[in-house]
Design a protein around this ligand. Structure first.
Ligand SMILES: Cc1cc2nc3c(=O)[nH]c(=O)nc-3n(C[C@H](O)[C@H](O)[C@H](O)COP(=O)(O)OP(=O)(O)OC[C@H]3O[C@@H](n4cnc5c(N)ncnc54)[C@H](O)[C@@H]3O)c2cc1C
Length: 397
């Protein structure tokens, strides 16, 4: 098989990208360092309506529907403040806002599809980016596997190697970083009250909780807390956990039962100054990594992937791969969506930290008016569903 594209990193971004490329008849090879990267991952992702369209285009929707839970409403509120806001699918003229799916299951599904694709090869082991020795004009890859080094010389290298991308470091591309000084913890929560198909975003003075529904009265909660004074061990005490969580979330769903099998993520925003250099492009957390409170990271990545496939697909149809043009077109197309989503999630991230005291004072009342202003809500819901700006064809219905 000739690999036109080499993908460094077989995480959720790298695998979905390989499937999108196979869909336009482009063969790729994925290099993945860790076979069991997501085996201890207990997160549940909120996949937006826009993402489901992309996954449908990749023939993954039937399996996703069978293993996920629909989200029809998002309830947003601020602790101890008057007012709240409800985004409802029916008001947005869509059947659902999105679906929640376990990261482990999504990863398994991508693995199954890759295993049966004749256009995708996957190698486990470490890979290193090296400069073309003769010309210095492009990059190649050195793969360390089975006790030997193999060199690969693909037309295009796409780095999907995560937040601490070694490809980005070798390319010498800087990142703009902001440490939120916050920790996100993931918990399984069950509620007494049954409020079906509804996600909750609850902000408080220095914390926030996103509750993603994954069953009738079951949720996966992302609890964002201040890193200062954070003590992981406290959460092993189930009584403490139970009462602290209920206090933070409030009484909207009755008394909540919280399980303590959690994982912790220090939070930061990281945005690469450049998306590409020579024949290497960055997609996924290597290019942009966001605050998780609005669950936008992977949704944004799926739109990037759909655009990569559409632009490359257009060139394949013309039998003319102009790499420079592809990379520039990609940059131009994706810049605005990256900017808007990163601003939007950054704002919500700040709202859950100790900053922005003035905004917080008015947040509750702001939500109240916001709920009556369909225009403002419409903008927020369109962002949440990923249905703004120039959309790739895979998302248009
Ligand atoms: C708490 C939390 C909750 C979230 N919730 C949501 C949500 O609800 N919805 C949403 O859309 N997004 C969400 N996100 C964002 C989402 O997690 C990321 O956008 C997404 O996982 C990024 O995937 P990735 O493949 O780019 O990176 P990663 O998942 O980090 O994968 C990188 C892969 O590259 C491999 N790798 C690295 N270096 C090398 C190398 N040199 N050679 C070979 N392989 C290498 C790694 O082993 C790994 O498999 C959340 C994030 C967090 C932290």
């Amino acid at each position: 098989m000739s690999y036109q594209v080499a993908i460094v990193g077989g995480g959720l971004a790298g695998k979905a990208l390989a499937l999108a490329l196979a869909d336009i008849s482009i063969g790729s090879i994925i290099f993945e360092r860790e076979k069991e990267f997501y085996s201890n991952d207990n997160r549940v992702f909120a996949l937006s309506n826009g993402s489901l369209r992309i996954l449908d285009h990749l023939h993954l929707l039937a399996e996703i529907e069978a293993d996920s839970y629909p989200i029809e409403k998002i309830h947003i509120s601020y602790a101890k403040k008057f007012g709240s806001s409800l985004i409802h699918a029916s008001e947005e003229n869509v059947d659902i806002l999105g679906r929640s799916m376990s990261v482990k299951k999504l990863n398994e599904l991508l693995n199954e599809k890759i295993a049966i694709s004749e256009l995708i090869d996957i190698r486990y082991g470490d890979v290193e980016l090296i400069k073309d020795q003769k010309e210095g004009e492009s990059y190649q890859l050195k793969y360390h596997g089975f006790g030997h080094d193999f060199q690969f010389d693909p037309v295009l290298i796409i780095a999907c190697d995560g937040l601490n991308s070694s490809v980005r470091k070798t390319l010498g591309i800087k990142v703009i970083e902001e440490d939120y000084q916050q920790i996100a913890s993931i918990f399984n929560v069950s509620a007494r009250k049954e409020v079906q198909f509804t996600a909750f975003e609850r902000f408080a003075r220095d914390s926030a909780i996103a509750m993603i529904p994954n069953g009738k009265n079951h949720y996966t909660a992302v609890w964002v807390m201040n890193a200062k004074g954070f003590d992981q061990d406290k959460f092993k005490d189930s009584q403490y956990l139970q009462s602290a969580f209920n206090q933070s979330f409030g009484k909207r769903l009755g008394l909540l039962k919280v399980k303590d099998n959690t994982s912790f993520f220090p939070l930061k925003r990281s945005i690469s100054e450049l998306s590409h250099k020579k024949n290497a492009l960055m997609v996924g957390s290597s290019a942009i990594h966001l605050h998780p409170i609005a669950g936008q990271g992977y949704n944004l990545i799926l739109r990037d992937i759909a655009v990569v496939a559409e632009l490359l697909g257009n060139q394949v149809k013309k039998n003319n791969l102009n790499l420079k043009q592809f990379l520039n077109d990609y940059d131009q197309w994706r810049h605005e969506d990256h900017r808007k989503v990163s601003m939007f999630t950054h704002g919500l991230g700040k709202l859950s930290s100790r900053s922005l005291p003035f905004v917080k004072e008015f947040f509750g009342i702001g939500l109240f008016f916001f709920d009556t202003l369909s225009e403002g809500k419409n903008i927020l819901s369109k962002h949440t569903m990923g249905l703004t700006g120039r959309m790739p064809k895979a998302m248009i219905r």
